[in-house]
Design a protein around this ligand. Structure first.
Ligand SMILES: Cc1cc2nc3c(=O)[nH]c(=O)nc-3n(C[C@H](O)[C@H](O)[C@H](O)COP(=O)(O)OP(=O)(O)OC[C@H]3O[C@@H](n4cnc5c(N)ncnc54)[C@H](O)[C@@H]3O)c2cc1C
Length: 598
């Protein structure tokens, strides 16, 4: 059976040869010390953690799940010790604010570490990632006092964070939440309401749990503009920032029994006049949460990609070993009863689809992470502004397209194993179950598509796309003298042209028909995803061609990348044409049915 192998070579190639991460870091004073050597050392260590600490408790965690007993949640065997080791290794506060004990590392680095953690053990990864998201929001919007009291322990992994948005009647539409915040007359608030589906809402991994809760003051404006953000600790703390024995009035009512990520506690949380502290400004809660959401959404794309990679590793090992049938070109292993299934074109279709999308998905995630790093660290305000625009455009696509392709890859991996893929022992059925949620939480993928099409494209009149197109043009310009790239660049130019034409058409039709944006949105997100994957493949191809010329080149590795890129262009990219046609066909066929006809 395959055990997870951290994909360090692919990651290093992307960071060093494709994205020249060290050059980017060197140009920003706060990341200048992140050298190639440091990156290599951190990645190697992270790889060991994923392989040796997280992967060994993945299947057992899935089998055991979490236990609930009268408000107390106990995690699966091995999780508590693993979290302690993970925290002591400094992984929880890796990207944290250095003023409060974080390590200030760039997101480009932590993104690939997250991907490995998700691949090795998605349930475990969620405990750490929720904490990272909560600390990020707190460090950007919390008062100095809140930051000083909470951040150091959260970075240490002694306390963990959550985000409490969803309510029984309010998921996508947070404007209608009912959780109330009543001012206590001092600087605290009395928080009451029920939140559901709260990841890591209660568990035994840390001494304290710090909930970030969306709630409304009684006189707040209706809808999303009346939402505020509060910090509600499980145990109240004293002025020195130490836990008191005083439990706050927040209690886990139950945990969910669910399809996947079974070792991650998904909790109903009841706030019953709990003491809360305002984070940021009143009525700005949703926009404060969005700080964290860009990072959390990136994580969900990484979850899809990580599980895809874990599935690919299992499937590829199996396809080399499993013998069934003969190769269409004639027997390849005459001394055996049959050939390995890797000889069959259809099995290669599945494996190459997985590999091509995993590499492009990882590259897109790194590209989006590099923009997040620029928004945080770049000294030039113009560069920061440009990066913010790219983040706004890229994140919904990365979240939805990578998690969709990730789930698809897990199913393809399962298919490569035939009946064995359906059996728990091989791990693929767990990967399929664990990957599914990434398409749903942090805003369902349909909502990401709507955000991309509506807010980020039609409402900005295509302005954000122009910023991306400039980046693409700059890349094309840089490759004009590379003869081997010209055939690929031609395809890329066609893809870009198609995206521009489709965008212009949707923008012009949107004002005539209110259903056009929603009708176009999913196919448009997929078209944008496919075009971005094509952009990523252009960059990987260019780096592979350049690397082949260097003295230390690993020719076989680079050659494999080039072949995978050509597969992407010839077999996956053509789908863009049918997506464009789907969008051009408009809303009519979607809206024609009456309610009774469904
Ligand atoms: C395992 C798990 C963990 C979770 N963890 C957390 C957590 O830690 N914190 C937290 O706050 N929440 C959490 N959630 C909640 C999660 O984020 C929501 O389930 C998700 O955002 C969707 O909300 P919903 O389930 O209410 O679906 P709904 O909002 O009811 O949507 C149902 C469907 O309708 C579509 N839809 C809704 N509105 C529109 C629209 N305007 N236009 C087009 N389509 C629309 C959606 O795309 C979706 O397909 C978790 C959920 C699960 C299952």
């Amino acid at each position: 059976m395959t055990t997870y192998r951290a994909p360090l070579r692919d990651i290093q190639f992307l960071l060093r040869d494709v994205f020249h991460a060290q050059e980017l870091f060197a140009g920003m004073p706060d990341t200048a010390e992140v050298t190639d050597d440091l990156i290599t050392a951190i990645l190697q260590e992270a790889g060991k953690i994923a392989e040796g600490l997280l992967a060994p408790i993945n299947q057992s965690g899935d089998r055991e799940g979490c236990h609930y007993d009268d408000g107390v949640v106990t995690t699966a065997a091995g999780f508590k010790a693993a979290f302690k080791a993970y925290a002591e290794g400094g992984w929880v506060g890796l990207t944290g604010d250095t003023h409060y004990g974080g390590q200030g590392m760039p997101k480009m680095l932590s993104a690939v570490i997250e991907e490995m953690a998700f691949a090795a053990n998605s349930s475990f990864a969620l405990y750490a990632i929720l904490n990272t998201g909560a600390t990020l929001t707190l460090s950007q919007h919390g008062s100095e006092q809140l930051k000083a009291r909470y951040l150091p322990k959260m970075y240490e992994g002694r306390w963990a964070g959550t985000m409490c948005l969803t309510e029984p009647h309010a998921g996508t539409d947070l404007g209608i939440i009912k959780t109330k915040a009543i001012p206590n007359g001092d600087d605290t608030y009395c928080i009451s309401g029920t939140k559901i589906f709260i990841t890591a809402g209660e568990h035994d991994l840390t001494e304290n749990i710090v909930h970030l809760v969306l709630a409304k003051l009684p006189d707040a404006p209706a809808g999303p503009r009346g939402i505020s953000l509060f910090l509600v600790p499980k145990f109240l703390i004293d002025d020195a920032g130490e836990i008191t024995s005083e439990l706050n009035n927040v209690r886990c009512g139950s945990i969910e029994h669910k399809m996947g990520i079974r070792a991650s506690a998904t909790c109903v949380m009841n706030f019953d006049s709990a003491k809360g502290f305002l984070v940021g400004e009143l009525n700005q809660g949703l926009s404060h949460m969005f700080t964290m959401m860009n990072y959390e959404r990136l994580s969900m794309g990484l979850q899809g990609n990580g599980l895809a990679d874990s599935s690919y590793q299992i499937a590829v090992d199996y396809a080399k070993e499993r013998i069934q049938g003969r190769a269409p070109r004639g027997a390849q292993q005459e001394d055996q009863d049959a050939d390995p299934i890797l000889v069959h074109p259809d099995v290669r279709r599945m494996l190459l689809t997985m590999r091509a999308n995993i590499l492009a998905g990882r590259a897109l995630s790194l590209y989006a992470a590099s923009q997040l790093d620029k928004t945080r660290f770049h000294p030039d305000p113009a560069a920061r502004k440009q990066a913010e625009q790219l983040v706004a455009l890229l994140i919904p696509v990365q979240k939805a397209y990578c998690s969709d392709r990730g789930f698809e890859a897990c199913v393809l991996g399962q298919q490569v194993l035939g009946g064995h893929g359906y059996i728990a022992e091989w791990g693929l059925e767990q990967n399929v179950r664990d990957a599914r949620i990434a398409q749903i939480y942090e805003g369902a993928n349909g909502i990401q598509a709507l955000d991309l099409m509506g807010r980020k494209t039609v409402r900005s009149n295509g302005e954000l796309l122009q910023v991306l197109l400039l980046e693409m043009d700059e890349f094309v310009e840089s490759q004009q003298d590379v003869a081997a790239m010209q055939v690929y660049l031609q395809v890329f130019e066609e893809s870009k042209r198609r995206l521009i034409e489709v965008t212009e058409k949707v923008i012009s039709r949107a004002s005539d028909n209110p259903d056009e944006v929603g009708a176009a949105s999913y196919a448009y997100m997929e078209l944008m995803g496919l075009t971005l994957y094509c952009f990523m493949w252009q960059r990987i191809l260019a780096a592979s061609i350049a690397a082949k010329d260097s003295a230390s080149a690993d020719m076989d590795y680079c050659d494999g990348l080039i072949k995978t890129g050509e597969f992407f262009i010839k077999r996956l990219l053509p789908r863009a044409k049918s997506l464009a046609e789907e969008i051009a066909n408009g809303a009519d066929s979607l809206m024609a049915m009456t309610e009774e006809q469904f």
